[in-house]
Design a protein around this ligand. Structure first.
Ligand SMILES: [Zn+2]
Length: 99
């Protein structure tokens, strides 16, 4: 099962902490098949607040997150947004698969 976080960074960051082996798809607020980027839950891109980034930037502004514990679950979830596949797989996934 995949969970959509679209209005609460605190809950999203809590999910990351509770699911260190989980996966995250970064989507635009209006999900589009052109932007569905797959990351691991520990990837800094989707877990570390950057300088100049305002609070809420992960799920409360232009982007939302789909979270799940398996790639299959997330593939099913993005199909509901008419995406056939992830638009991009982050380099963090290569590291994950090595272990
Ligand atoms: Zn990543």
């Amino acid at each position: 099962m995949a969970l959509l976080f679209d209005d609460n960074d605190d809950r999203y960051l809590q999910w990351l902490t509770q699911n260190p082996g989980g996966l995250v798809v970064n989507c635009r607020r209006t999900p589009s098949s052109e932007y569905m980027v797959l990351h691991t839950a520990t990837c800094p891109h989707i877990s570390k607040i950057r300088r100049n980034q305002r609070a809420g930037g992960f799920t409360e502004k232009s982007y939302v997150k789909l979270c799940g514990t398996s790639e299959d679950d997330l593939r099913k979830a993005i199909r509901e947004f008419d995406a056939q596949d992830f638009s991009k797989v982050c380099r963090c996934m290569a590291t994950k698969n090595r272990f």
